[in-house]
Design a protein around this ligand. Structure first.
Ligand code: PLP
Length: 405
């Protein structure tokens, strides 16, 4: 492999975001291929026995096995680290593999975690079911209440875990406040940044320690593969994450890494265009939803309780928002009347997709827990895609009318 400028941190660190997304991490073989090569290999061969012994001992650099390293995966990791402004990144097979690894690699029985109430269903499952099973206590708090974070700290608190914006209620966490509070108490912050991507929000600029991703969402952006990623300091990745990751094996496949590399090339354009359309569609919908007695939660609109904070810590507010139409029956009627927008529970896709969180992404929680975090029976979540905004507005207009709104 030929080291290109894409693998040279000193050269790439000064690139602007769009250049990082397109060329960061590019590492060419002796053929000089334009597009990143796809290395579908599980293992590697060596010229002599001492070479492999040195690599296993860590005294020589080089790949040994694709659970540990793969050139295509390494390109993706370098690109994400660069975009995030992180020293290092490791990828995982899915967003949930990333969240699980980011938590379990650093927690032990007797530790305590403070986690946000508003969160993706499986992230809540980790906090409500998995961690307690291993003797790790979790306090669930209202993440939009700055005082609640401090009040929840105990002598054994090891981790703060949250999303911002949160799935699907779009709660916004005050990143600077919560991260500096954690620093002052020696607590590690783990931020699930899936709704924003490094293009729209870089939590490390506000003091976050670990930023974890579902790269399935905006990073792939075209609904093709599952992928996850964890960014942190090089020391944390090497010493805290890697012993867990290399031995438990939540590894991302080279093929999926290659697909995400292609997705990242257009991420800056997609993320800003979809954010703009989401604001426009939100502005169109809000009066109709309010007139029908519901409400709309969109960090890009002034009606959001933390609109100013969202605009201050994000470069744009993202493609996703949620609105309440009162009842499950009416939410289903809106979905069933859609002609262009698909009924689908994915997000970050270039296609507009809509779902009913209470019966899909958050169906594994109790109704009380859903209600407490704002996932009501009438709540709909939309991912606004790259279709012409006029077509999206027309489709929503007729779907709301069909549902009597
Ligand atoms: C989708 C999602 C995940 C899980 O990611 P997968 O790639 O589906 O495993 C985690 N957190 C948030 C906020 C998500 O939206």
């Amino acid at each position: 492999m030929k080291k290109t400028t894409g693998m040279d941190r000193a050269a790439t660190a000064n690139w602007r975001p769009a250049t990082k997304a397109l060329r960061g991490g590019t590492w060419r073989s002796e053929h000089g291929e334009t597009s990143e090569a796809l290395f579908l290999t599980s293992g590697y061969t060596y010229d002599d026995a001492q070479t492999v012994a040195d690599r296993f001992a860590g005294s020589a650099q080089g790949m040994t096995y694709s659970r540990l390293q793969n050139p295509t995966v390494a390109m993706l990791e370098e690109r994400i680290a660069l975009m995030e402004g992180a020293e290092a990144c490791r990828t995982q097979a899915s967003g949930m593999a990333a969240m699980t690894a980011a938590l379990l690699c650093q927690l032990s029985a007797g530790d305590h975690v403070v986690a946000a109430r508003a969160a993706f269903g499986s992230c809540r499952w980790l906090c409500d079911n998995l961690l307690p099973k291993f003797g790790i206590d979790v306090s669930i708090i209202d993440s939009a209440d700055n005082a609640a974070w401090e009040a929840a700290i105990r002598p054994n608190t090891k981790v703060f875990f949250f999303e911002s914006p949160a799935n699907p209620t779009l709660d916004i966490v005050d990143l600077a406040h919560v991260c500096s509070l954690a620093r002052a108490h020696g607590i590690t912050t783990v931020v699930d940044n899936a709704f924003a991507s490094p293009v729209l929000q870089r939590p490390m600029e506000f003091g976050a320690d670990v930023v974890a991703y579902s790269a399935t969402k905006l990073m792939d952006g075209q609904g093709r593969v599952l992928a996850g990623a964890i960014c942190a300091s090089k020391q944390w990745i090497d010493e805290v994450l890697m012993p867990f990751q290399r031995n438990t094996g939540p590894t991302l496949s080279a093929f999926n890494a290659w697909v995400v590399l292609k997705g990242l090339e257009t991420l800056p354009m997609r993320a800003f265009a979809q954010s703009r359309s989401a604001v426009e569609l939100g502005e169109f919908l809000e009066p109709r939803v309010l007139a029908a007695g519901g409400h709309l939660r969109h960090p890009g609109l002034p009606s959001h309780a933390r609109h100013d904070l969202a605009r201050a810590q994000m470069d744009a507010t993202g493609p996703i928002f949620a609105f309440d139409v009162g009842t499950r029956a009416r939410a289903f009627a809106v979905l069933d009347a859609l002609k262009l927008i698909d009924i689908s529970n994915n997000i970050g896709d270039a296609r507009s997709l809509m779902c009913h969180p209470a019966s899909t992404t958050h169906a594994n929680m109790t109704e009380e827990a859903r209600a407490a975090m704002g996932v009501s029976e009438g709540l709909l979540r939309i991912n606004v895609g790259l279709e012409d905004i006029a077509d999206l507005t027309e489709d929503m207009d007729q779907a709301l009318a069909a549902a009597g709104m």
